[in-house]
Design a protein around this ligand. Sequence first.
Ligand SMILES: Nc1nc2c(ncn2[C@@H]2O[C@H](COP(=O)(O)OP(=O)(O)OP(=O)(O)O)[C@@H](O)[C@H]2O)c(=O)[nH]1
Length: 214
Amino acid sequence: MMVVVNSRVEATEGNQQRVEANILLLGAHNVGKSALTVRFLTRRFIGEYGDIESVYSRVDRIDGQGICFNIWDSQCSQVGDTCCSLSDKHLQWADGMILVYSICDRSSFEVVRQQLQQIRRSRKPSSVPVVIVGNKRDLQRHRSVSSEEGRLLALSQQCGFFEVSAAEAYHGVLLVFHRLVDLVRETRALRKTNAGVRGIVRSVSAVFGKKRAE
Ligand SMILES: Nc1nc2c(ncn2[C@@H]2O[C@H](COP(=O)(O)OP(=O)(O)OP(=O)(O)O)[C@@H](O)[C@H]2O)c(=O)[nH]1
């Protein structure tokens, strides 16, 4: 099912609000972005995936709340070791991002590093939650990126981190998406609090400003 969703509106479901979360998958070619997306959407691993860039939706219930995941499985426009550049469209759309590399492909890890820099340059450091995923964990004998390297990169950039195998298991993939939605919800709550505090500061300044002027 292909649905392009631009809205961030929180729809109501019965008398409860349903949260919309726009999740963008990024990373080099062939790292398993589509495999992770299809695993999450259907619980299945089908092996070969087409090259259609789409936004897919799935509704889950987490802690009693309906969450609509809108997932954009992006296509890297350049083949090779070069960084796949992010468009403004990607950045504006996303509430959270999953940066994927293959644990057997060091150049794909470098792409994640470069994409992180692009994200951090374009938006305030904490404004968009990111989870880094080392995929193809089943291919241990071909590993060229250690778990520690992945974890350290994530720690240094305040990102979540998981190593998974889209080919072998559903549960790890589910945890990735659920963790990212938790981070999206935390970020939104923080923004609301900050906006509230800014509003109070503005009101107080306005009152005192007036008094001083009288
Ligand atoms: N062994 C193994 N193979 C995987 C895994 N995930 C994906 N693959 C394989 O890796 C290849 C690429 O997977 P895709 O999901 O198409 O990768 P992609 O990142 O979407 O690739 P692009 O669309 O080119 O950007 C396919 O042959 C998949 O079957 C995994 O966890 N383990």
